[in-house]
Design a protein around this ligand. Sequence first.
Ligand SMILES: O=C(O)c1ccccc1N[C@@H]1O[C@H](COP(=O)(O)O)[C@@H](O)[C@H]1O
Length: 215
Amino acid sequence: MTVRIKICGFTRPEDALVAANLGADAIGLVFYDKSPRHVTIAQAQAIIAALPPFVSVVALFVNASREEVEQVLAQCAIDVLQFHGEESPAFCRSFQRPYLKAVRVQPGTDLQTLAAQYHDARGLLTDAFVEGAHGGTGKTFDWTLIPPQLSLPLILSGGLDEHNVVDAVARVSPAAVDVSSGVESGKGIKSPQRMASFIAAVRAVQKDISKKPGF
Ligand SMILES: O=C(O)c1ccccc1N[C@@H]1O[C@H](COP(=O)(O)O)[C@@H](O)[C@H]1O
């Protein structure tokens, strides 16, 4: 199975275009004003306008109000919503759009129960739990906390980079990976070299896995 790649936290159209041309399946825009990667609606529109067809645009929110989400949806061509806060299942599904629910994983996090609660999500996105932060921290978590069989597609994130993503994909077999800090040269500035190395690493490990007997 193809491991999908999402790169998150773009602030500049030129970086998003490079990601798309390198083969990223989705790009993420952060609508959370406490993030150093936060974009305005005008910035988001410019980034989206730079993209070629068939690259999904994901809008990330952290405990935003209904009005904030609706305003973004009304003004930007968004394909998927990503909720990174304490949004309820009812709130997430109320926009009639595909959505991802992000979960910050620590010992005791019951991913099976969360997958059942957000059963209509397109995927459960697992990120590291870091006290006082909602994501984008560049920290990994203990991947053995992920149960082998989840009822939702797993999107692995949290501290991934070009060096650890091979091990991550081989161990966890996620449906997709999501990266932000790990492909940056500065907050919100994506490095073409790091994005290229990250995408090449995912494609290489995927090829290796598909060569294994029984695959
Ligand atoms: O990118 C951010 O600034 C951010 C802020 C608040 C919530 C989530 C955020 N980003 C998401 O966090 C994960 C992990 O990011 P990283 O690779 O460890 O930097 C990823 O899903 C980002 O989309």
